[in-house]
Ligand binder design. Sequence first.
Ligand code: MHF
Ligand code: KIV
Ligand code: MG
Length: 282
Amino acid sequence: MKSTTEFQQFKREQRKIVMVTAYDYPGARYAEAAGADTILVGDSLGMVVLGYDSTVPVTVDDMVHHAKAARRGAPATCIVVDMPFGSYHAGLESTTRCAVDMMQRSGADALKVEGAGEVIDVIRRLTHVGIPVVAHLGLTPQSAAVLGGYKVQGRDTAAAQQIMNDALACEAAGACALVLECVPQQLATRISAQLAIPTIGIGAGPGTDGQVLVFHDLLGYGSHRVPKFVQQFADIGTPLQAGLAAYADAVRSGAFPAEAHTYNIDDSVLERIYGGIVPAAS
Ligand SMILES: Nc1nc(=O)c2c([nH]1)NC[C@@H]1CN(c3ccc(C(=O)N[C@@H](CCC(=O)O)C(=O)O)cc3)CN21
Ligand SMILES: CC(C)C(=O)C(=O)O
Ligand SMILES: [Mg+2]
């Protein structure tokens, strides 16, 4: 899909929304060619691409840098970009400026923000400005230090009720879709039934209106620990490692480069320069 207005269309037609993260030109090209409905340039790039152990160090410039590359790779796909840690909490003025800057520089179709509470005002304001906003509830990784780690959310009555109320508030504030991360499937299914906007689950079971997974997790790319909710649909890490090892072997043995990878000069030219003999290094 090209625009976030199609999110609702998909839900009405009960077509599952396929979202996948991508962080660069080739990744986004593969995602678009595979027919993903939408691409998320997630701040998870801090972990799977940049090697940090959380999403906290990721900056607005990091997000814009990767989103621009993803946009070039997927010109015809709706791209959602995460607003990174701290970039939407310093007041509505500063948040608006930051979001406008991200939209103008990155080529994003929508921005995603985590949480409810004061973030409800952010969703309302940005939507009013003309920026489609995807909400994100349940496990909100930018708050992992407050939540006590990457843990399933909404397991007890009060927490489940809170997430349901927050979801309704996100919709009322104008969110165009809602990511539900690491919540019990029964809660995710119930929220999906209550909302008119589509839900996109990650670790939220089969009852959401769509699914999202991290590119590197589903392809076995990288050596990071993978959460329980991930299915690995391919293992690109093994052939990738083997390819690099084969290259190293070939260089060391002299098997690479072969004649086919090599440029030659005409014999007559060689004759004129060197008298036909390449001089030994002095
Ligand atoms: N590679 C990667 N994949 C992701 O899905 C992802 C990121 N990074 N970084 C940002 C957030 C963090 N995420 C995570 C990371 C770990 C767990 C995890 O290990 N969860 C436990 C659940 C523990 C419990 O039962 O409460 C698990 O065993 O899956 C969950 C979500 C999801 N996002
Ligand atoms: C896990 C998804 C929903 C995300 O926010 C990310 O990739 O950053
Ligand atoms: Mg994220």
